[in-house]
Design a protein around this ligand. Structure first.
Ligand SMILES: Cc1cc2nc3c(=O)[nH]c(=O)nc-3n(C[C@H](O)[C@H](O)[C@H](O)COP(=O)(O)OP(=O)(O)OC[C@H]3O[C@@H](n4cnc5c(N)ncnc54)[C@H](O)[C@@H]3O)c2cc1C
Length: 420
């Protein structure tokens, strides 16, 4: 049997980051991932560019990880939100907000690569190609999980198990936590294009009758396209040649950046909204997509998840027992309202903006014109739409302690996470 303070299930960006923070603070951490990590961004099939809020960037900065991400990050200097078929446009720029950037776009593959490297440095014991299978009830301050790998089943005993295994979480199901689930009748096609005119840090969100279409600025003068449409429309578009697909995109996006050219593979993502009925069970916590899956219209999912990570990590670092009920209850109490607010705003944007009949387009068109003249509303809309909500830094106060602990550990060469 393997023993650790914390077992994290799932090494997506959320599980990997939480594992790094806790290990650097001196906790013994096991991380079980059903696939293999991707230290080489070039071979990662994920085509997404993540719009990170100022708060998410602050978290990466506080942990010392931003330096490795920054060379691949593209600042968002302006956001334009429009609706196809109406005249209204909402726009916001960094200068008028008194900030240097409204957010940063970082390729998902770069985040995976940086975290893959940091896990080893932090001293996380990684079990790759190891699938979470089942849970036993908590006993004497610990909980056991069974994971399956190439060598068969293995039992792990931990004081806390963190379920970070994504929207279809097996760990969440094993803990008996129900979810509210809504499948949007839409998927997202995600790929890069290169426009003839430089994007100059502009991001665009366009609400089309089929669904939202976003273009995020990327390095090398590329833009990352997130194109949401009903599944049958996505099937058809996926089957088109690159040239035909981009020509169709141009028809929806228009010519504000000149001719668009395809610049990479197409990824497809199924879209659903998921909300766990509880963020914790006995000696088990839910983070990231396990707790809340969102439509990508507002670019909020990872930003919200990183606030889960910061809050749970801060609570654990303050406590002797990482799985104590008070720690988990405090985590849930601190996170519920943020999750509810962001999930409701995101769902409104995803569904409300789709409504095509009646007065809706005209109301929205007029509403957008009005929004452009009403500063507080404009800010709210653009911030929600692009996932640019700042994060209060006080949530992160406990984390610098992790850096100091890591430095002390480096000096003494202490090792952790020994098998029992
Ligand atoms: C098209 C699109 C665009 C997006 N854009 C943005 C954006 O701009 N900004 C933003 O903030 N968010 C964005 N998001 C949201 C973001 O992708 C998610 O919030 C993020 O992926 C959540 O990470 P996670 O680690 O919780 O889950 P995941 O990334 O799903 O990781 C889960 C991990 O668990 C592993 N796993 C699964 N089952 C098991 C098991 N049984 N045992 C062991 N391991 C297991 C998986 O292999 C995976 O590695 C976008 C999402 C989509 C779909």
């Amino acid at each position: 049997m393997l023993r650790s303070d914390v077992l994290v299930v799932g090494a997506g960006p959320v599980g990997a980051l939480l594992a790094c923070i806790l290990a650097r603070a001196g906790r013994s951490v096991l991380l079980a991932e059903r696939g293999r990590l991707r230290p080489d961004a070039g071979s990662n099939p994920d085509t997404r560019g993540y719009a990170l809020s100022a708060g998410s960037v602050t978290l990466f900065e506080d942990l010392g990880y931003w330096a490795a991400l920054k060379p691949f990050a593209t600042p968002i200097r302006e956001v334009h939100v429009s609706r196809q078929g109406t005249l209204g446009t909402v726009s916001m720029d960094a200068d008028s907000q008194g900030v240097s950037a409204l957010g940063q776009v970082v390729p998902a593959a770069r985040i995976d690569a940086v975290l893959a490297g940091e896990l080893a440095r932090a001293g996380v014991r990684l079990l790759e190609e190891t699938r979470f299978e089942s849970l036993a009830p908590a006993q004497r301050g610990r909980r056991q999980a069974v994971v399956a790998g190439a060598d068969g089943d293995q039992r792990i005993s931990a004081r806390l198990i963190v379920a970070a295994d994504g929207i279809r979480s097996a760990a969440r199901a094993a803990a008996g936590i129900d979810v509210l689930r809504r499948r949007y009748d839409a998927d997202a096609l995600v790929f890069d294009v290169r426009p003839a005119r430089a994007h100059q840090g502009r991001a665009f969100e366009r609400f089309t009758p089929e669904g939202p279409l976003a273009l995020l600025p990327q390095s090398d003068d590329r833009m990352n396209v997130i194109w949401v449409a009903p599944t049958d429309v996505c099937d058809r578009r996926q089957a088109l040649s690159e040239f035909e697909r981009v020509a169709e995109l141009q028809g929806h996006f228009g010519w504000r950046l000149g001719r668009l050219q395809a610049a990479g593979r197409v990824g497809r993502f199924l879209l659903e909204q998921v909300r766990a009925r509880s963020l914790y069970a006995e000696r088990l916590a839910l983070v990231g997509n396990v707790a809340h899956g969102l439509h990508p219209v507002a670019g909020q999912g990872l930003n919200l998840s990183l606030r889960d990570v910061a809050t749970l990590a801060a609570g654990i670092l303050r406590a002797d027992d990482p799985g104590a009920r008070e720690v988990l209850a405090a985590y849930a109490a601190a996170r519920e309202s943020d999750i509810d607010r962001v999930a409701a705003a995101t769902d409104f944007l995803a569904r409300g903006m789709l409504a095509d009949g009646g007065l809706m387009p005209h109301v929205l068109g007029a509403g957008m014109l009005a929004l452009d003249r009403l500063e507080p509303l404009r800010r709210f809309f653009a911030a929600q739409a692009m996932g640019l909500q700042p994060q209060p830094r006080h949530l992160l106060r406990a984390l610098p302690a992790a850096r100091k602990a890591a430095a002390r550990r480096g000096a003494t060469g202490r090792s952790r996470g020994a098998p029992a």
